[in-house]
Design a protein around this ligand. Structure first.
Ligand SMILES: [Zn+2]
Length: 428
């Protein structure tokens, strides 16, 4: 082949590549000038007004998870599309409701929250919000370079065909060890959650053999880590819409995409705090486990039910440590023990940087919501079932700056190790 032809092909490739980059860039949703409001409804009229606004304007609820969950005396955070900012602001002002602006310009905040100073291109960064491609490469390399402590298995593919890898961390044993299952990134936009699972794996590997608590844990137990649960959604938040929450599955009879993977479990499914409307951010799905990612994880936990003693699921934001139940106000059979563990874990978490957590059963502590993974795991027989809602309490919300990844992960590690240690002491 002549040199000219090679270079011509090369040019064509470059031109094609630029074309692709331009096409991808063009698709990215822009949030210039869009605001996030914080409201404090204190009367039924206030709640009614919020519901009316939500009926007429596409509000993106940050907290609670949807408009249906709004009640009086609760902090309500939502993001308003630019075209409706003025009317929403005016109506709220006229209502006399206590309100403030959490984020003045969502696009600016989105750019500012990527403030990591970690620029070493050779090492995986644990203080950045990594893309799915980067995390996928990390999963492969960290498991192959630590074969004595990590093994990995693909538990199935996502809706769009991405492999769901579970890392099993622990000293190799010929017999089945008791275990803990932990997942991150059920909700796509909760990036700090995904960062935590990577941090946990790094810490487990680097402190095994020096930290007595971690060494004992990994000698006696295995920890299964699913670094990203909702990979399709996570990839979408990086490439197209930073505020995406749900899965990316097509829904029959609707042009809306995805279901809420934390409303899709067979635990009081869709009875409360979840929506049957495919366009809602808390859509429960067409049936329990309709979302393939939920089915894959549920199948894995069912298969390993006899060994799994604890289930931990990491979300953000609000600084909460929750346990069953969320689908009912009834107290869990092990309520007192779970409450004591949650309080102990919150105390040890606070000891590092003073971060305050609230703990308790989901329904009573925030609001009733059915179809959550923690309730499902608990009813399956996994007694130590906890949901973390990491930093913060709303200043940055889902846009927690990268500079907070390290302290957030450090304090969360203390709480996770506290729970693990309790589980280890109470193996049955
Ligand atoms: Zn979440």
């Amino acid at each position: 082949m002549a040199i000219g032809e090679v270079s011509h092909t090369g040019n064509m490739k470059i031109i094609l590549l630029f074309g692709l980059v331009a096409a991808v860039l063009a698709e990215v949703k822009n949030f210039d000038g869009e605001k996030v409001f914080r409201l404090m409804p204190t009367t039924d009229d206030h709640v009614l007004l919020i519901k009316e606004l939500a009926n007429n304007v596409k509000l993106d609820f940050w907290r609670p998870d949807s408009v249906d969950l709004v009640t009086i005396d609760m902090a309500v955070d939502f993001h308003v599309p630019l075209a409706h900012t003025d009317i929403v602001y005016t109506m709220l002002q006229q209502s006399g409701m206590k309100m403030g602006v959490l984020i003045e310009d969502l696009q600016a905040e989105m750019e500012e929250h990527l403030d990591s100073r970690d620029i070493n291109p050779r090492a995986h960064s644990y203080t950045k919000y990594n893309t799915w491609d980067t995390i996928q490469a990390w999963i492969a390399s960290i498991s192959s370079s630590n074969p004595e402590l990590i093994s990995r298995q693909v538990i199935g593919n996502t809706y769009e065909g991405r492999p769901m890898n579970v890392l099993k961390i622990g000293r190799k044993s010929s017999s089945t060890k008791p275990s803990i299952f932990m997942d991150c990134g059920i909700h796509a936009r909760e990036w700090i959650s995904t960062a935590f699972c990577q941090w946990f794996v790094k810490e487990a590997l680097s402190t095994y053999g020096t930290d007595s608590e971690m060494t004992s844990l990994l000698n006696q137990m295995d920890v299964y880590v699913l670094p990203i649960f909702n990979i399709d959604g996570y990839d979408y938040t990086h490439k197209t819409n930073r505020m995406w929450r749900k899965t990316r599955s097509a829904q029959s009879g609707s042009s809306c995409i995805g279901a809420d993977p934390n409303r899709n479990w067979n635990a009081g499914w869709c009875t409360t705090g979840a929506s049957p409307n495919p366009c809602s951010d808390t859509f429960c799905g067409s049936a329990p486990e309709s979302e393939i990612e939920v089915k894959n994880v549920a199948d894995f936990i069912r298969r390993n039910k006899s060994s799994i003693k604890a289930y931990l699921t990491i979300h953000s934001y609000s600084q909460l440590l929750l346990f069953p139940y969320s689908y009912t106000f009834a107290l869990a059979e092990h309520h007192n023990e779970l409450m004591a563990v949650a309080k102990g874990a919150s105390n040890v978490l606070r000891s590092l940087y003073g971060t305050e957590y609230t703990s308790g059963p989901g329904a009573a502590t925030i609001y009733p919501a059915a179809g959550g993974s923690d309730d499902w795991a608990y009813d399956l027989g996994v007694k130590y079932s906890f949901t973390f809602e990491l930093r913060d309490t709303g200043r940055y919300g889902f846009l927690l700056p990268e500079s907070q990844i390290k302290p957030t992960c450090e304090e969360t590690m203390l709480a996770v190790k506290y729970i693990a240690s309790h589980v280890q002491k109470n193996l049955y």
